[in-house]
Design a binder for this molecule. Structure first.
Ligand SMILES: Nc1ncnc2c1ncn2[C@@H]1O[C@H](COP(=O)(O)OP(=O)(O)O)[C@@H](O)[C@H]1O
Ligand SMILES: [Mg+2]
Length: 251
């Protein structure tokens, strides 16, 4: 039987009077890749931040491998280590080398031994093609390279679930691919992932399941083939059409 890695039940999240996520339910199986798409402001980042315990929720329950995410306390810190999150802005420490950036949390937070973590970090850097950059500083790297370091930093915590929030949105087009290929590699390795992206070709390739959120509600949930070829709802159709262009030339 496949284990449920993440379970969200009746999640309600609001900021003040405005409801952001409204009775949201989602289950993610171990090894599953769920891609979350939807218009800007629909609540995608908020959802990831709730899963990572970065946002208080008003009601509902979020469980990671059967453990409920509490709002605060020691348990939250422990649980958060099981969840790796990578954002649009990589937020590497500028005064630390690539390797030191990666080692920081495993050594300081997880109290693991340096030789062990360093070995793992180097293996991960090699896997994303950046072993030769281990002793560089962030400002000496391209955006795509920095983002791959940020992914390695998250992986080095040995998380059980990986959350990616528009990790290529700030990159030049030629760097998008090198980062998305790392995500596809992770998916092939069987990692459990929730990926928010506007890269539709990538979404279709990497997803086991696509979730379309609109106004804080899951409007549609389907296989990538079904979602991209025959969306069920008018809103999803409109959303997908916003990625195509037409020009009506005068004859
Ligand atoms: N810290 C906050 N305080 C108040 N409103 C917020 C905050 N963060 C996000 N929002 C609002 O929540 C809604 C969803 O935002 P977000 O989750 O960032 O959307 P998405 O990632 O899908 O673009 C938006 O209307 C946004 O303005
Ligand atoms: Mg967002």
């Amino acid at each position: 039987m496949t284990e449920i890695a993440l379970s969200i039940e009746h999640l309600h999240k609001s900021y003040g009077d405005s409801t952001i996520l409204n009775d949201l339910n989602l289950q993610v199986k171990e090894g599953e890749v769920v891609v979350v798409v939807g218009p800007s402001g629909c609540g995608k980042s908020t959802l990831l931040r709730c899963i990572n315990g970065l946002e208080p929720i008003q009601s509902g329950e979020i469980q990671v491998n059967g453990q409920t995410i509490q709002q605060s306390g020691k348990d939250l810190l422990l649980l958060r280590q099981k969840i790796g999150m990578v954002f649009q802005h990589y937020a590497l420490f500028p005064h630390l080398t690539v390797l030191e950036n990666i080692l920081l949390a495993p050594l300081k937070v997880q109290k693991r031994s340096r030789p062990e973590v360093e070995k793992e970090a180097r293996a991960l850097l090699e896997r994303v093609g950046l072993l030769d950059k281990a002793d560089r500083y962030p400002h000496q790297l391209s955006g795509g390279q920095k983002q791959r370091v940020a992914i390695v930093r998250a992986l080095c915590m040995q998380p059980e679930i990986l959350l990616f929030d528009e990790v290529t949105a700030a990159l030049d087009p030629e760097m998008v691919r090198e980062v998305l290929e790392v995500l596809i590699d992770l998916a092939d390795q069987g990692k459990t992932m929730i990926v928010v992206t506007h890269e539709m070709a990538f979404a279709r390739a990497v997803a086991d399941r696509v979730i379309f959120i609109e106004a804080g509600v899951i409007r549609e949930e389907n296989t990538p083939e079904a979602f991209f070829e025959s969306p069920k709802t008018e809103r999803a159709k409109q959303f997908l059409q916003s990625f195509t262009y037409h020009r009506h030339r005068k004859k």
